[in-house]
Write a protein that binds this ligand. Structure first.
Ligand code: N1C
Length: 263
């Protein structure tokens, strides 16, 4: 008869390491460096992949530290022009569609580091082959897992690098409030903007086409964000449904009343 196939033992609750991780990271790195930004020509993609691998391979995925990623951060970093940084929270898809259509803005995923790693997951395991392709720990299982530590560190660096006027796209259709102090934007990026380099923060408060406008620029969580930023000496502006971004939302909802000429 057929050999018994025992059900896979899932150690963790999140999805495992992305299949062909090495090829995905290397492919994205070369395409970023060669096709999109040839001016970064001196980036060593093989070395970058090795440094990501060494950050987690054969390690306990709950003991990740920022030291693990330090070499990767240094190898992959590159300058970001002033006035271009776009932060987001709960508007990932829209923010990315916007930066694809408007070259004046860059999200973290438009930098080499974020471009290589967006939607990819990875974690290690102390036993061979050192990479867990079956499952990875969720944040609720352990805070110091490889991807959470990575995004926190990459976000901190992205915020530290910002200069001039920066923008943040927030979601005004969220019940809990557009600004959440426990998000990466609210807990890391806001506090790592450098007041000596960043002059102003422009808030774009978008609501879903056809969705509720749970919060506007005069809303409670926006007031909280304003007070944190004012305390840190930034000039702040807030715009409800920033038109260039709303036009992009309307590309997908052309017939909705919110998208009609006299709406
Ligand atoms: O917690 P968030 O949003 O406020 O984080 C978003 C904020 C952005 O401004 C980015 O610069 O932090 C940066 N960032 C990413 O670029 C990123 N890409 C993918 C943070 N997180 C990122 N991810 C994944 O989305 C990651 O797994 C993290 O936990 C979520 C955060 O999304 P959010 O809650 O909408």
């Amino acid at each position: 008869g057929k050999p018994e196939v025992s059900p896979k033992m899932m150690k963790w609750k999140d999805r495992g390491t992305t299949k062909n991780l090495q090829e995905v990271i290397l492919g994205r790195c070369y395409s970023y460096v060669m096709a999109r930004y040839p001016e970064l020509g001196d980036k060593d993609c093989l070395k970058i992949w090795e440094s990501l691998k060494h950050a987690f391979i054969y390690k306990n995925p709950c003991n990740t530290t920022s030291e693990d990623y330090q070499p990767l951060m240094e190898l992959a970093s590159h300058p970001i022009p002033c006035n271009k940084s776009l932060f987001w929270s709960k508007t990932k898809d829209l923010a990315h569609r916007y930066t694809k259509s408007n070259q004046n803005f860059l999200t973290l995923e438009d930098t080499l580091l974020g471009y290589m790693t967006d939607t990819v997951s990875w974690c290690g395991d102390p036993s061979a082959p050192g990479i867990n392709y079956e499952s990875c720990p969720k944040r609720s299982e352990c805070e110091s897992n490889p991807t959470s530590v990575f995004w926190k560190m990459a976000s901190k660096m992205f915020a530290e690098e910002a200069c001039g006027v920066v923008q943040v796209m927030l979601n005004g259709s969220i019940e809990a409030g557009a600004f959440r102090s426990n998000s990466i934007f609210g807990s890391i990026e806001v506090f790592n903007l450098n007041p000596d380099k960043v002059s102003a923060v422009h808030i774009w408060l978008m609501h879903d086409i056809g969705g509720p406008q749970s919060e506007s620029c005069s809303g409670h969580s926006i007031m909280m964000l304003r007070s944190i930023l004012e305390e840190r000496n930034f000039t702040i502006t807030c715009e409800d449904n920033y038109r260039p971004v709303q036009l992009l939302q309307c590309v997908q909802n052309p017939d909705h009343t919110d998208c009609q000429p006299c709406a």
